[in-house]
Design a protein around this ligand. Structure first.
Ligand code: AMP
Length: 282
């Protein structure tokens, strides 16, 4: 695996590969890698000749300074993990490298910029879109890989690439979970040992909500019951739970039969913000 911190060096390397007709897949990450990330790398290797991974903790997508400061980082471990995985080039830029050349772009996310994550994390998606645009502009990948866990982020990036006419295929990969159902996340390592078991109730609450919908509960009833369910598992704290159209992510007021919905949740545990979602057919 080749490792570089320099955009220019990366571009030279990519140019050589492109000249020999290689197809390039990109996996952008913030590091503290886990099996969820590795699944994206595996998917990328399946579809491409060359896989480029990035590790960059993107300050401008954090709406809270403390959250940025405590975000897990272990670049040496990440390098070791990727050496054994299917990554051909690892790009680990500095902030100077990424932000100095950043275009002053404004994005239009429509309703995606107002609901769920956007409503609770002001400026978050602007920061995500800016950095992903910068990576796409620099690397010009044929394909880029993202996880279902951050579905709204995926939809935002999809809209950004369409609006900016960026010729990249975006691939959404399934959420990888721990044995007890907790969606893998770099933030999970911030959970206390004592409270870690409670985190399984996040996925539990989504499955519970899915069952309630199948049994004919209304959106309002399900929301109420999910809030009650979460409140039973202290110190879990619910930030939001939504039932949304799985394609548009527009929150549903009522549920129609035989339609795909995504159930989305954000909670706090030990001061750590965790999100998850599942898709269901009603
Ligand atoms: P992050 O490093 O958390 O910014 O995530 C980088 C990419 O990995 C994003 O596209 C995430 O959606 C994806 N990802 C994070 N956790 C998981 C998971 N448990 N399963 C699948 N993909 C994931």
């Amino acid at each position: 695996m080749k490792i570089t911190e320099k955009g220019k060096e990366l571009q030279r390397h990519i140019q050589d590969l492109r000249n020999t007709g290689k197809k390039i897949g990109l996996v952008p990450t913030m590091g503290a890698l886990h099996q969820g990330h590795l699944s994206l790398f595996k998917n990328a290797k399946r579809d491409n000749d060359i896989v480029i991974g990035t590790v960059f903790v993107n300050r401008i997508q954090f709406n809270k300074k403390e959250d940025f400061e405590v975000y897990p980082r272990d670049l040496e471990k990440d390098k070791a993990i990727l050496e054994d995985a299917v990554c051909d080039i690892l790009f680990t830029p500095s902030e100077e490298e990424m932000y100095a050349g950043m275009k002053d772009l404004t994005f239009e996310f429509g309703h995606l910029g107002e609901i769920m994550e956007a409503a609770h994390r002001p400026g978050h998606f602007e920061g995500v879109a800016k950095i992903v645009h910068r990576f796409f502009d620099l690397i010009k990948p044929d394909t880029a890989y993202f996880g279902q866990k951050d579905l709204q982020q995926f939809k935002v990036i999809e809209k950004m690439t369409k609006d900016m006419k960026m010729p990249v295929d975006l691939i959404l990969c399934p959420t990888i979970r721990e044995d007890d159902g907790l969606a893998m996340s770099s933030r999970n390592q911030l959970l206390s040992k004592e409270n870690r078991p409670v985190a399984a109730k996040i996925y539990g609450s989504l499955n519970y909500a899915g069952d309630l919908l199948q049994f004919g509960d209304s959106v309002e009833q399900v929301k109420k019951k999910v809030a009650e369910f979460i409140s039973k598992f202290k110190p879990l704290e619910l930030e939001y739970f939504e039932i949304a159209d799985s394609e548009t992510l527009i929150p549903a007021k009522t549920v129609q039969n035989n339609k795909e919905y995504v159930l989305c949740i954000a909670v706090f545990l030990d001061g750590v913000r965790l999100i998850d979602n599942i898709t269901i057919i009603s």
